[in-house]
Design a protein around this ligand. Sequence first.
Ligand SMILES: *Cc1c(COP(=O)(O)O)cnc(C)c1O
Length: 402
Amino acid sequence: MMVHGQNGELERIVRVKKVKKNTKLTLAGRKPFENYGIVNPPVYRTSTVLFENTKELGKAIKNRFNRTYYGRYGTPTTFALEEGIAEIENGHKTIATSSGMSSISISLLSFLSKNDHCLISDCTYYPTKKFAVKMLLKFGVNVDFYDPKNINSIKNKINKKTKIIFMESPSSLTFEIEDMSAIIKIAKKKKILTIIDNSWATPLYFSPIRQGIDISILAATKYISGHADNMLGLITVKNEKLFLQIKDTAVNLGDCPGPQECYLGLRGLRTLSARLERHRSNALKIARLLENNNKVLKVFHPALPNNDNYTLWCKYFSGSTGLFSFILKEQSKNVIYKMIDKLKLFKLGFSWGGYESLILPVFPKNERKIAKWKEKGILLRIHIGLEDVDDLTKDLFQAFKL
Ligand SMILES: *Cc1c(COP(=O)(O)O)cnc(C)c1O
C-alpha cells in the first residue's frame, strides 16, 4: 500500500546530507524504487480503490485524507506532486486542485461562514475579487478590499469578525508589493488567517510559509507547469489543522485534479529553476531597455531600482520573474492596438508562465475599488518567454517604433 510521505527519494538523501533548493527540485516527491526503478511517478488512473478486508476499510476511512481512498481524494500521482511542492514551499502539506482559481475559492470557502468578514488586497487577480463579490457575498460573508500600499487601510477595516487577509504580492498586472511582515504582525495579533497568491514569485523566489503566512497558493497553470498546456492549482499550508479543513472542503466541493495534470505539474517542477533563471534575465534586460527608451512613459517591474516597490522587493524576494508591464507615451488606443497587431513573437492571449512571450492590453482603473489607478495610458502587460532576448527586443522595438 502506498502511503503519503514515506520512503521518498528525497527523505532518503536528505537523511544523509542536507541539500539545496535546486537539488530538492529534482528529488522531491519521487519514489522510483516503489515502481520498478522508473524515474518519474506513473500516471495512476482510478476512481475505485480496493481494500483487502473490512478491517482495512475501517482503517482507511479514519485515515482517508492521507492515503489512497477514493479517486476524488487523490491518487499516488497527486500525492507525489503534493509532497514535492510541500517540500519546496517549506510547508506542512500541499493540496492540489483543478486550477489556480479553485485553489483560491477552496481556500476562502474553507474558513468563511455567514457574517464573517474577509479582507482582500485591491490589486489582487481580478477573478479572485469577482469570486469574493459574487459568491462570498451571496453566502453572507462581508468582503472588504484594502489598499496594498497603505497599512492603515487594513488596520481601519479589521473588525471582530475578520477571519482572513488575502494578499497577492506583487500584483500580477501592476506589480505593487505589500509589506507582508507588517500585515502578518497585525493578523497574528488579531488571530486572523493570512493567505497569499504566490504565483508570480513561486516558492523559488519567495517562501510565504517561512515568512509567517499561513497558506500559500500557486496557480500551477503558470510557472510550475510552465508549458501553457495544463490547468492546476496548489495550496500549501503550515499545519495539519489547516490541511484537514481545506482538504475536506475540496472533497466536499468535488474538486480533484486529474492524474495527468498532476504529472505535468510535477514534471514542470523539475526544470522550474532553469526556466525561471532565463525568464528573469530576459525580462530584466527588456525592462531596462524599455525604461531607458524615450517613447516609454513608465515601466512597472519591481526589481528595477526606479520602481516604487524596489525596496520592498529587495526585502522579500530573492529573484524576479518574466511578468511585468509598461505604458507608452503614445496614448491612442487605435495606434497602440495597431502596434500590438504588428508583433510577431509576442502573442496576444491570457495567462503567462509558459515558454512563450505574451502581451495583453489591460485597464486596472476598471478593476480598482479602493486603491485608485492614477496612471494615464494603456497598460501593456507582457510575459517574457524563453526565446532569444535579442529576437524579443527586436520584435517589441519594431512593433512599438521604439
Ligand atoms: C492565472 C492566475 C490565477 C488563476 O489560475 P488558473 O489556473 O488560471 O485558474 C490566479 N492568480 C494569478 C495571479 C494568476 O495569474
